[in-house]
Design a binder for this molecule. Sequence first.
Ligand SMILES: C[S@@+](CC[C@H](N)C(=O)[O-])C[C@H]1O[C@@H](n2cnc3c(N)ncnc32)[C@H](O)[C@@H]1O
Length: 279
Amino acid sequence: MNNPDSPARVSLVGAGPGDPELITLKGLARLKAADVILYDSLAPAELLAYARPDARLIDVGKRPGRHHLSQAEINNLLVRQARAGRHVVRLKGGDPFVFGRGGEEVEALRAAGISYEVIPGVTSAVAVPAYAGIPLTHRDYAATFAVVTGCRKQGAAAVCQDWEALARLDTLVILMGLRNLPQIAARLVAAGRPAATPVAVIQWGTTPRQQVVVGTLADIAGRAQGLTSPATIVVGEVVALGDNAVNVLSRIQSATSHASFPPAQIQLPVAATVPTNGG
Ligand SMILES: C[S@@+](CC[C@H](N)C(=O)[O-])C[C@H]1O[C@@H](n2cnc3c(N)ncnc32)[C@H](O)[C@@H]1O
């Protein structure tokens, strides 16, 4: 319901993946005008400095060891605040509709008859690889990419991906997959993806805490031990184009084919911290 003639009571705003400068101008304008801001733990905290001094800031993010609001409680809070006549900004990490439960919040607002708008954000799925210099597509290496999560909720159960089907795509971006990385890598290899396929794990991408670990499907689980959430995993030949894998690319180019990477030809850095200015 993005209607410029009728101002929405609730604005779902994508805050971007971590670098506060990645919010959109429209999102920032809503943030500055809001009466109430409900924000997630992955929304850049620096953005709250743009709130009005009298705005009410409500932290609804999950943090280890702390009680957090359930999704139903967040939905109710959004509805209550809007019904009280306030303009509410729901500030969400990345893009509200990419694994962000924005869809569930919109359903609740619609059911309550509350006007809302969705202001898209820069998703970590694209921006985090970009800050590590990894293009998701490249005319020589990748014409398809998919953004997936390790497992998803279906009723009470967790349903894991069809890794056999996903293995056939050129580039995979996996969110929330760090804990299952050993199983994911093994499943992709079992599905026919070469064990030497390059993989990057990027922790706290686009922030000063960014860390990039590069490896292959065969060894990434071991190399990435010690990294913590939030982390984005990129699987595919494009990883070899990234800032942390320049040596890999030159070795691959000197090899006969880029379709299959013999492990012996890939010398990857164990881990590296990269600058946060987009490069
Ligand atoms: C619940 S999902 C939300 C995704 C978000 N809506 C988006 O569009 O980026 C959270 C996951 O996104 C990824 N993520 C978010 N911010 C990140 C960052 N700064 N660096 C690396 N991964 C990040 C991680 O996989 C994390 O577990």
